[in-house]
Design a protein around this ligand. Structure first.
Ligand SMILES: C[S@@+](CC[C@H](N)C(=O)[O-])C[C@H]1O[C@@H](n2cnc3c(N)ncnc32)[C@H](O)[C@@H]1O
Length: 214
């Protein structure tokens, strides 16, 4: 979820969690997510990329990477580390794949796969889920799986859209409940950013994988 409800339905929260990759394909094809390229959303991508650069990770796993806009904000082909973007919507990925053809280094890649079933090694310094958790049936369980893809001490960075508390509908309470569950699961609030023109608000959270033996 970001600026608008992800789907219109009597139960938008449940409907968002029920979306399958074909639904996402359809939504990307019909322009539902085009606004992610707008300046207001770029503000978020820039802030998130800045947060990632602060940790100077050697490798980044971008889960639910969509069109690859965070990759661009990280510097695209100029990003010095390893980058793997994962999304299960093939319709989302092509722009990122095209960027690839234009000189993407071999250490950067995009994979079309379900992020909850990734056959990857535990080798990433940092994993990021930007605006993805609302769509997972069990976000906390999914994060435990993502933890396994991180090196010991590796970081998990989360971006969560914060709807205005007076916004009608179930989203404000659903997002509050999600945040509460993340914090109970060990995620720490890093910062909340407010985009200056449209006043969209996002919070970033961080969880670190425990070092071995601690
Ligand atoms: C709202 S978009 C967010 C895109 C981008 N990360 C951002 O920050 O704007 C959510 C993305 O998560 C992807 N997604 C949702 N569930 C997924 C799953 N189980 N496996 C892989 N991708 C998933 C969707 O296809 C979609 O591209």
């Amino acid at each position: 979820m970001s600026a608008g409800d992800p789907v219109s339905a009597a139960d938008p929260v449940g409907a968002a969690r029920a979306l399958r990759h074909r639904d996402w394909d359809e939504q990307y094809r019909t322009g539902r997510w085009d606004y992610l390229g707008d300046p207001a959303e770029r503000y978020r991508f820039t802030a998130l990329a800045g947060q990632i650069h602060r940790y100077a990770p050697d490798s980044v796993l971008d889960l639910g990477c969509g069109q690859g806009l965070l990759y661009e904000a990280l510097g695209g082909p100029a990003f010095a580390g390893r980058y793997v973007g994962v999304d299960w919507s093939a319709a989302a990925l092509p722009p990122a794949a095209r960027a690839a053809r234009a000189a993407r280094p071999a250490r950067h890649g995009f994979v079309c796969a379900d992020l909850t079933r990734l056959p990857l090694r535990a080798s990433f310094d940092l994993a990021v889920l930007g605006e993805v958790l609302y769509y997972l049936p069990d976000p906390v369980a999914a994060l435990a799986d993502v933890d396994r893809l991180l090196v010991p001490g590796g970081r998990l960075l989360l971006s969560i859209y914060r709807p205005r508390p007076d916004r009608p509908g179930p989203w404000p309470a659903a997002v509050d409940a999600l945040v509460e569950a993340l914090v109970a699961d060990g995620a720490a609030h890093l910062r909340t950013i407010v985009e200056p023109h449209h006043h969209r608000r996002w919070s970033f959270f961080l969880r670190q994988r425990r070092m071995e033996g601690k």
